[in-house]
Design a protein around this ligand. Structure first.
Ligand code: MG
Length: 413
């Protein structure tokens, strides 16, 4: 393996407060950790991602993965130590058997890292004869910097001792990229010292580390205000709000069950169709594909193609959701209405909602499923078939490369 990303998520986040540790707090509808996990996992220059977690967070971590459709690049997590430095060292030692050339170390508390930033820190480390063993994202200090005294005013305000020359001062962020062997050795040498980032450990070992421009949006979430600020950045980044709809009908035939929203419901008839005839999921697939301007289900999964015979329709929904994620978009909500006289939908609603949430990678609170009848009127009223209507609201960045309408359903197989 040539490049592995290590995400440090082992902090107990005592400063954050709140019911959930900051790494697992919700941001833009998903846990903070899953943002960097997705960005790093999706980056073509990164071969694998490992997260260093805390023992107490095992379940939260597992939920983060099961709720989203996790990238196959994500390795099993490892447990960290009491301090960040120890957690990083344990993470580094855990990937040593994979012999990476380069490692990117990133704090889960910085969810808004971009692929551009990843490329920026990798470049100096992976350029032949660059003379550096590491590169970190950092921002030049633009404010005037003061050092305070230990004395205070009578009102308890600190006093200025000195104005510090801000020239050549930088604020270090993560990601930080290093030559793997060099940073492991540096960490092992620094076991008894205390450093606040990995570049400091590299410095202590005499390694040369380059500074590359960080990003203001790549903020570190320490408290609730930071989380609100990150939420604001995210909203601005994905301001292109779109709605798509889908409609589908399948005719009844003889059978003993119907499949709707991935849930098998016993019935005195079945539904006719090329796949599993899940009209609800076909409508959802169309709603998602329409919202990203990617045609419809027939374009990506032609009914003439034998590969999709008896295919579970979850495949189609997951495919559409994946195309959306590739465009760096997110699903705001999905609403499904199933139209039939029978079977009754209400007893299965909760189950359908959870299935749909899992296959699209969104929180169940953003999914709604309901049934209705047409008062015995029309074909659904006469019990000739089932129709379904779906609406999806999504958010996209204003600038994205839209290659989503190129069918490539075959790559799923
Ligand atoms: Mg259909």
């Amino acid at each position: 393996m040539s490049t592995i990303a290590l995400i440090v998520a082992a902090g107990s986040s005592v400063r954050f407060g709140g019911a959930v540790p900051k790494t697992y707090a919700m941001l833009g509808g998903q846990p903070v950790l899953s943002h960097s996990l997705q960005t790093l996992g999706a980056h073509p220059a990164i071969d694998a991602v490992r997260v260093v977690i805390q023992e107490d967070h095992r379940q939260l971590y597992a939920q983060t993965l099961t709720d989203r459709r996790a990238s196959p690049k994500i390795l099993e997590p490892v447990l960290g130590g009491g301090e960040r430095q120890e957690s990083v060292r344990l993470g580094l030692e855990s990937i040593a058997p994979l012999s990476p050339q380069t490692v990117i170390i990133h704090d889960a508390a910085r969810p808004l890292l971009t692929s551009t930033l990843i490329e920026r820190v990798l470049a100096p480390v992976q350029t032949e004869n660059s003379g550096v063993s590491g590169a970190i994202a950092a921002l030049p200090v633009s404010d005037t910097v003061k050092r305070s005294t230990t004395e205070t005013t009578s009102a308890g305000q600190p006093l200025i001792a000195k104005t510090v020359d801000r020239r050549n001062l930088w604020r270090a962020q993560t990601p930080q990229a290093f030559d793997f062997r060099a940073i492991v050795a540096a960490h092992q040498m620094a076991v008894n010292d205390v450093h606040t980032d990995d570049a400091a450990i590299a410095e202590a070992s005499g390694l040369d580390v380059a500074l590359v421009p960080g990003e203001m949006e790549n903020l570190k979430i320490t408290n609730a205000e930071d989380l609100a600020r990150a939420e604001m950045f995210l909203s601005a980044q994905r301001g292109d709000i779109r709605v798509g709809n889908g409609f589908d009908t399948h005719r009844f035939e003889s059978g003993d069950h119907v499949t709707l929203c991935g849930v098998s419901i016993p019935h005195d008839k079945g539904l006719q169709g090329h796949s599993d005839a899940d009209a609800a999921l076909h409508a959802v697939t169309d709603a998602l594909l329409s919202a990203i301007g990617a045609g419809d289900i027939g374009l990506h999964f032609p009914p003439t193609d034998e590969r999709w015979r008896d295919e579970p329709s979850e495949t189609f929904v997951a495919y559409a959701a994946e195309r959306l994620r590739e465009m760096n978009g997110i699903i705001s909500n999905i609403d499904v209405t199933i139209i039939c006289e029978s079977p009754k939908i209400a007893p299965h609603r909760e189950n359908m909602k959870n299935r749909l949430a899992a296959m699209t990678g969104v929180d169940p609170t953003r999914v709604s499923v309901k049934g209705t009848t047409t008062e015995r009127l029309g074909f659904t009223g006469r019990g000739e078939g089932i129709s379904a209507l779906a609406t999806a609201t999504i958010r996209l960045p204003y600038s994205h490369s839209n290659l989503a309408d190129t069918p490539r359903g075959h790559q799923l197989k």
